[in-house]
Design a protein around this ligand. Structure first.
Ligand code: DON
Length: 567
């Protein structure tokens, strides 16, 4: 297995030289690369790189552009994380996760009987967290960017002002929203106007879709920096809108929001160094814990795609997600998270040694006093100097709360749904009630986003991440594991079958058409419950083939409108 993949990589690398070539899913380049789920965004990033901008400039410009072109997840009304590795291996992260408003309380989604009010934490104005994206992009750019702030935001303004080609994905969404709204005028009422022109008609695929309100908001951010969003007219309008619709965010909340630079979590796998997002994401910690378990079980004993491989992966996942539920939350509110213990290789080896090779273990909800949901997008960047950016940002659900900020033109998140909504209650269906991720004013909700960079010989080697709520960590884990343990080519690793186990509910989700019926039967015989799903993850990654100085970009086939663009 190993040899076949190495050979393939070498062969590919051997025939390619210093020009960019694109196939269905892979792009090869020598200088720089941008990989996103949205071609229009990737084009902006590529132009920035070609103009001499670095990976941070490209990431910031693409993120603003995708707030215009990819509103299902691209945003200025949500939050996310950046992992940034310079060419010399120095790595840092930027945390721009949303925060709970100051008026939030631990039991804010419960009725008088202590029961969760259905949809209140996900689809109500109270589900909106204080947005972090603008502060995060501003911080990343001020510390590490090389072009001017105006240079990286102007392309987004141009797209909003002059219009962007209506994509099929946005168009189908617009039609879907219209149908839902017609059936129930209360449903999607804020989104129903979103994809329309001045005459009120839904913009057709291929036509130009203009967003003048969003252009105005972006101009304020261009001219005043992050203050253009968190203070002044935009903040006042946003707070006024919140009051009108019954949301909690005030001008004080907005003025108090700060993005934070944090050291990455670090692990190793063989000769590779893994750098990923620390809490308030659970992604990096859980990823490294699973890689540690996988490393302790020799890869020769786990043939890729065998029932045994899936069994072991599911058991690693079960164990790591138990720790996630027990320990992880916003570090500013949980100063005692035992990171050294969770990331310890001997402990991981002991956990892995407890796996019965022939029998599924059982998840026990009384072990911990566990939550999360469905859109996010990941992008990967590399510049001509070898600096790399791994960026995942989100609105939580597709189009977040489905509420467009009045007159400001952007979609607001529903990230509050990532907090544990019912204190103390953990159920076998996957509700978690543990303390570290209960709601408190100003606290960041636990995330599963796992923007990751793997270094080899101290330099960026693999840049990767995915959307998918709680499945993200497992999708990234399997992709990284497939590349590092089996020397698999990046496109093969991204398209390879994925499974997901999250401790509770005690079941394995698997990609319907990718795991053979025979393998499924073997897993059932071991005691696993299997649930088919259409797909897991939407990975956008970069792999550097250092021997050939080749940058390989791969955009997951899950996003037909995605692109890996290099030069
Ligand atoms: O931060 C998180 O983990 C979630 N809010 C991400 C949601 C998500 O990935 C949905 N995507 N498909």
């Amino acid at each position: 297995m190993k040899q076949i993949y190495s050979l393939r990589l070498l062969l590919l690398a051997g025939v390619l030289c210093l020009f960019s070539h694109q196939t269905m899913s892979q792009t090869y380049a020598a200088e720089g690369m941008v990989v996103t789920s949205n071609r229009q965004g990737a084009e902006v990033g590529l132009a920035v790189l070609k103009k001499g901008g670095n990976a941070i400039d490209a990431a910031v410009a693409t993120s603003f552009a995708m707030a215009v072109t990819y509103p299902v997840a691209g945003n200025i009304g949500g939050g996310g994380f950046i992992v940034y590795m310079q060419a010399n291996g120095e790595t840092t992260t930027i945390d721009f996760r949303e925060k709970a408003p100051l008026a939030a309380t631990a039991d804010m989604y419960l009725d008088e009987h202590g029961d969760l009010i259905i949809n209140e934490n996900h689809l109500s104005p109270k589900a909106i967290g204080v947005p972090g994206t603008v502060a995060g992009l501003y911080l990343a750019h001020s510390k590490y960017g090389s072009l001017s702030w105006a240079d990286v935001i102007q392309p987004a303004i141009d797209l909003a002002e002059q219009g962007t080609e209506m994509l099929y994905s946005n168009y189908f969404t617009a039609r879907f929203i219209e149908g839902r709204h017609e059936q129930n005028p209360e449903e999607m009422k804020y989104m129903n106007e979103f994809f329309r022109d001045d005459a009120g008609k839904i913009v057709e695929p291929g036509e130009l879709w203009k967003q003048p309100d969003l252009a105005k908001t972006l101009r304020a951010i261009r001219d005043q920096g992050a203050d253009g969003f968190y203070k002044g007219e935009v903040a006042a309008r946003l707070a006024g809108f919140m009051k009108e619709i019954g949301g909690l965010i005030t001008e004080e909340d907005l003025a108090a929001y700060e993005a934070v630079e944090r050291p990455p979590v670090h692990g190793t796998f063989g000769e590779y160094d893994i750098y990923s997002m620390p809490p308030p994401s659970s992604g990096g910690v859980t990823l490294i814990e699973m890689l540690n378990m996988a490393e302790s079980v020799s890869d020769d004993s786990l043939a890729f795609n065998s029932a045994e491989y899936y069994h072991y992966l599911a058991e690693f996942m079960r164990r790591a997600y138990t720790d996630r539920a027990r320990y992880l939350g916003d570090p500013d509110f949980n100063p005692d998270i035992p990171l050294n213990e969770i990331l310890n290789k001997e402990r991981a080896a002991r956990l892995a040694a407890g796996i019965d090779p022939e029998k599924a273990s059982v998840s026990d909800s009384t072990q911990v006093q566990l939550p999360e949901g469905t859109n996010t997008t990941h992008m990967s960047f590399m510049d001509k100097d070898g600096n790399a950016v791994s960026l995942t940002y989100t609105l939580e659900y597709s189009y977040g709360s489905r509420i467009v900020a009045g007159g400001l033109g952007f979609v607001l998140n529903n990230e509050m749904g990532d907090f544990n909504p019912v204190p103390g209650v953990t159920t076998s269906t996957g509700l978690i009630g543990s303390a570290p991720n209960q709601i408190a004013p100003g606290k960041r909700m636990l995330s599963s986003m796992t923007p990751t960079i793997v270094a080899k010989d101290g330099k960026p080697y693999l840049v990767i991440g995915s959307p998918g709520g709680r499945t993200i960590i497992n999708t990234v884990f399997q992709t990284v594991y497939n590349v590092l343990a089996f020397d698999m080519a990046l496109d093969a690793a991204i398209e390879a079958p994925k499974i997901h186990h999250q401790w509770l509910p005690d079941q394995i989700l698997f990609e319907r058409d990718k795991v053979s019926p025979d393998t499924q039967a073997l897993l059932r015989a071991m005691g696993h419950k299997l649930i088919p799903v259409n797909g897991l993850g939407d990975l956008n990654g970069i792999l550097v083939e250092p021997r050939q100085n080749l940058i390989i970009g791969v955009s997951d086939s899950a996003s037909p409108e995605g692109a890996a663009l290099g030069y």
